[in-house]
Each structure stands twice: as C-alpha cells, then as structure tokens.
Design a protein around this ligand. Structure first.
Ligand code: UTP
Length: 289
C-alpha cells in the first residue's frame, strides 16, 4: 500500500452531543466498551496505515492518555491474572505511531487539516473524521487507498443519503465509473433543499494529496464562518476531478445523539460478551413498544 499516513481531526467542539461532550471529548465517548476514536485508529491500521496524526485541542489530553500505556492498570491486570485484558490494554498503546498536534482555535475541518502539513511531508494521506466511526469489512480507508492507487487522484468516501440529511452534509456531482466507484466533478457543502447535484454525500473518509494545502490556504471561509474542507475539495474536484468510493462498511455518525445510540445497539448485538443478552433484552423491550 502506498499510503502510510493518516490524520484524524478531533478538535471540534461537539456541540450537538452536549452535555456529554462538555468535559469528555466526543471522540472518547464509548461504543459499548471502546471509545469511538479507537475504532477509527483500528480501521486505519487495518488499512495499512502506520503513522497517524490526531488533531486535538485544549481538554482533549485524555485522547493522548488512551493511546499510551497505563502502567498501574497493566500491573493490576497482571497481578489479578487477567491476561486477556492486559494484552488488550497493551495493544491499544502499540496500534501505530500516533502523534498529536493542537488546533489552537476551532476554525473548521479545513483549518484542522492544514495543521497536518509538516506531518504529511509531501505524501498522499488519508483523512478519517474523528466523529465518523465506520465498522465492517473491507475497512473503508483501505477501499479508498486502493482507489487512490488505481486512479491516482484524490478520493472521497461517499454514500447516498436521504434529502433531509443531505442539507447537513454535502451533495456531489457524480458519474459512475465502475462498481461502487464514481467520478466526482463538483460538490456543494450543506446544499439548500432543491439545490442538490445528487444524493451522494462525502461521509467521513478521504484520501488527499499535499496540493490540498495550497488550495486550503486560498479558500475563503465558508458555512459557519469556518474553513471548510469540502470547499477545498470542490476546487480540487472541479480542477482535476476526484474519485468517489461507495464503501461497503457501515458508518455511524458519532457527532449526533441518534448516531451514537445506533452504533451502541448494533455493536452490542454482535459483541462476544453481551451480544446474546442484548438481543434478548431488545426482543423483550420491543414487545412493550
Ligand atoms: P464537525 O463539524 O462534525 O464537528 O466536524 P464539531 O464542530 O465538533 O460538531 P458540532 O457541530 O459542534 O457538534 C467533523 C470532524 O472534524 C473535527 C471534529 O472534531 C470532527 O471529528 N473538527 C471540526 C476539527 O478537528 N476542527 C474544527 O475546527 C472542526
């Protein structure tokens, strides 16, 4: 795999999941027994990524702690003979080379991506949005990296979404190229109803080349007075075209309350310890609804 570096922007304020995200970063909110961002790091690693830069801000130090060793807990698990949990805790600290940089002001996803310029060092890189957990096989980032290798252009992860969600995301001008692969020639961030190209939207993952940094520097502030990554990708799509990959895995939007609940229910249903119990509980509960 050519792409070895990924960035995870996780410096947003998470206002849609307040008050849960007041003191705990939304990327650290759990899906059953792991914080959301661990699923994202695991997806990157399963996609061949070896070096990850997580973009954080004040109050997000717990993300750094999570991917470090916890010597007290590890020695306690050893004393108790809980070797399963010991190796799970140790493996989190060894998943990849993980680096951190702070976005000092929350000025948008595009501004967060700009903070990764020196880390990227002239190589193409993957972006995994810190609040989009994508679970399933093949890993979504792997599908996007493979598309980059095949077509040699920036790639966006895409899915069709209903109109009521499209206005919150983006709308893409697409032309089918191959099975689940599209040529993307234009896009609009948060389109007004009736102003869409298609129901395909960029969801949570992309592969970009370093030329995005110059484009970002020349992009004016967009929706919410923030530097929008979609606006820079629009310039790239119009100029060189981009590739859209309708990835197979399931995406959960951990930036909103319903997305968090769906992720927890679905992951719990297939969890080795509590899957059966959850299934029985939901069946009983459904009878009362
Ligand atoms: P969102 O726009 O969904 O995150 O950005 P947000 O700003 O936290 O959301 P709300 O609307 O206030 O609830 C998508 C991803 O980009 C990161 C976020 O952490 C999230 O993972 N992000 C966003 C940054 O890193 N920096 C920013 O300035 C904005």
């Amino acid at each position: 795999m050519i792409i070895k570096k990924a960035i995870i922007p996780a410096a947003g304020l998470g206002t849609r999941v307040l008050p849960a995200s007041k003191a705990v970063p939304k990327e650290m909110l759990p899906i059953v027994d792991k914080p959301a961002i661990q699923y994202i790091v695991e997806e990157a690693v399963a996609s061949g990524i070896t070096d990850i830069l997580i973009i954080t801000n004040r109050g997000k130090g717990v993300i750094e702690d999570h991917f470090d060793h916890s010597l007290e807990l590890e020695s306690m698990m050893k004393t108790r003979g809980n070797y399963g949990m010991l190796s799970e805790l140790q493996s989190v600290a060894k998943l990849a080379n993980i680096y951190f940089v702070r976005q000092k002001e929350t000025k948008g996803l595009g501004d967060a991506v700009l903070k990764a310029e020196s880390f990227v060092g002239g190589e193409p890189f993957a972006v995994l949005y810190g609040d989009d957990v994508i679970i399933g096989e093949p890993p979504a980032t792997k599908e996007l990296c493979e598309a980059y290798e095949k077509y040699g252009k920036g790639v966006v992860g895409i899915k069709e979404v209903p109109d009521e969600l499209l206005v919150k995301y983006s709308s893409l001008k697409v032309e089918k190229k191959d099975e689940r692969v599209y040529e993307v020639s234009d896009m609009i961030e948060k389109p007004a109803i009736g102003n869409k190209f298609s129901n395909f939207s960029v969801l949570g993952r992309c592969v970009l080349t370093p030329e995005i940094f110059d484009i970002l520097r020349n992009t004016t502030l967009g929706v919410g007075n923030e530097l929008q990554l979609t606006d820079a990708m629009k310039t790239l799509a119009r100029r060189d075209g981009m590739i859209g990959v309708d990835f197979h895995a399931t995406r959960y939007d951990m930036g909103n309350k319903f997305g968090m609940i769906k992720a927890n229910i679905e992951v719990a249903l297939s969890h080795r310890e509590i899957g059966e119990q959850t299934r029985e509980y939901i069946k009983e509960l459904a009878k009362t609804l």
